[in-house]
Design a protein around this ligand. Structure first.
Ligand code: CA
Length: 231
């Protein structure tokens, strides 16, 4: 499975979360107790776990430790506990991120994307081939079909890498700006237009009709390795 596992014993919240995440294009499995969580991790191999700490059958910190004993899957903790100690304990036990309830769905989505990007990072020898060019994430190189290197500036590479690592998922303009330029640049959407245009000029067969570097107007950008639909 490529998707999310939601662990939350509050049935209403569990349903609402699962529904919202599905509407954003994720495959979602959901469980309400820690015991099921451990079973489903083995069965489904989720990409990210979204975990409530207050579960009926096991202490949340214990559950994080139990997950970590056998899996490196990213864990985003949801907790009603505002105590700093809980947060420290959860992170020390192996959680990757921590959100305090109530939280905004956009913030949760951003944390999930960040967890996915970090989890994708170790696969640095990954090579993604399209019909027109090949991206080598390990060597930080792009080649055309004749094997000639297409030279990218470090910033062009940064944008390309962030999009490719998102593995077909939409990357919001804000996330992209923060990833490539840093957190002070989140509103500089003009940067993205400039750099996406440059990438398309270098890599797209028809830069004015992109098929690899797609724009979702007002939402962000998406890399489609299949290049099957021109915009
Ligand atoms: Ca709970």
């Amino acid at each position: 499975m490529s998707g999310l596992l939601v662990v939350e014993d509050d049935i209403q919240l569990n349903k609402a979360l699962s529904l919202t995440l599905r509407s954003r294009g994720y495959q979602v499995a959901s469980v309400t107790i820690a015991g099921q969580c451990l079973v489903e991790i083995l069965r489904l191999e989720p990409d990210v776990i979204i975990m409530d700490l207050g579960l009926p059958d096991m202490d949340g910190i214990e559950l994080i430790r139990a997950v970590r004993a056998g899996s490196s899957v990213p864990i985003v903790v949801l907790s009603a506990r505002r105590d700093q100690t809980d947060k420290v304990q959860a992170l020390d036990a192996g959680a990757d991120d921590y959100l305090t309830k109530p939280f905004g769905i956009e913030e949760l989505l951003a944390r999930i994307r960040a967890a996915q990007r970090r989890a994708g990072a170790p696969a640095s020898d990954h090579v993604i081939a399209t019909a027109h060019f090949t991206v080598d994430l390990g060597r930080k190189q792009v080649h055309d079909n004749d094997g000639d290197e297409i030279h990218l500036t470090p910033t062009e590479w940064g944008v390309l890498e962030a999009l490719v690592r998102a593995d077909g998922l939409l990357v919001s303009g804000t996330d992209l700006l923060r990833d490539v330029w840093g957190s002070h640049y989140e509103s500089q959407s003009n940067y993205l237009r400039v750099y996406l245009a440059q990438l398309r000029r270098k890599l797209e067969p028809e830069p004015s009709r992109p098929r690899y570097f797609m724009t979702a107007a007002g939402l962000g950008y998406r890399f489609d390795a299949t290049g099957s639909t021109a915009q």
